[in-house]
Design a protein around this ligand. Structure first.
Ligand SMILES: NC(=O)CC[C@H](N)C(=O)O
Length: 217
């Protein structure tokens, strides 16, 4: 049982994910350089937060062409589990594995603070350790976290029960207070908050543990 953490030039939460998964939760973790195509033996893959390719063009727009992501698309099609955190969520929307887009925060400022969230769906394995309407506090740190999609996509997300997490006090202008969504089949989750920064009690809170624990199904 092990998970992979993709490393792009500019990723900066790859080590945080490894510390949270391996250091705090004993989940064997291996780094995946963006040029690799080898995902053999992995139970799940994390796309971590950061500033891949310096956030040029749009966050995630260049990372989307990395060789590792060709293998990731096949991995997802076979039912493999993928968690995209912050920049990872941005990459997943650019890649088309999740619908919609992450755009500049309504304030046009980078926001770095704790966010109160509610669990909207526990249909997928990611949040099965939680009840609907459970409250979680997780840190956010982003400049482009405003989730937007068409009305049609929003209806589809609602029909599919694919809205995983919502903000209680919407910090960035996301449509319908959306903080995280899954794909229709539920094996891909993208979220702007950082669960890996809420796994070690030393840094103030363990509300992210359930999400990372569910990487192993
Ligand atoms: N913490 C992060 O992953 C940052 C995400 C992204 N680069 C942004 O600023 O929106």
């Amino acid at each position: 049982m092990s998970i992979g953490v993709v490393v792009f030039p500019g990723s900066n939460c790859d080590r945080d994910v490894r510390w949270a998964a391996q250091g705090c939760l004993n989940i064997p973790t291996r780094f995946l350089w963006h040029e690799t195509r080898d995902l053999n033996g992995l139970d799940a893959v994390v796309l971590p937060g950061g500033f891949s390719y310096g956030d040029y063009l749009r966050c995630g727009a260049i990372a989307r062409f990395a060789p590792v992501l060709e293998s990731l698309v096949e991995f997802v099609a076979r039912g493999g589990r993928v968690l995209g955190i912050c920049n990872g969520f941005q990459v997943l929307t650019e890649l088309g594995l999740l619908p919609g887009a992450l755009t500049r925060n309504r304030s046009l400022h980078f926001i770095c603070e704790d966010a109160l969230l509610t669990v909207e769906s526990n249909r997928t394995p990611w949040l099965m350790g939680h009840q609907r309407k459970d409250a979680l506090t997780l840190p956010i740190a982003h400049g482009e976290g405003r989730y937007q999609c068409s009305d049609e996509t929003l209806c589809q997300l609602q029909d599919d029960d694919a809205i995983a997490l919502r903000y209680v006090n919407n910090p960035n202008g996301s449509v319908a207070d959306i903080a995280g969504i899954t794909n229709k089949t539920g094996n891909v989750l993208g979220l702007m908050p950082h669960p890996e920064r809420a796994c070690d009690p030393v840094i103030g809170g363990v509300d992210g543990r359930g999400l990372l624990q569910s990487l192993l199904g």
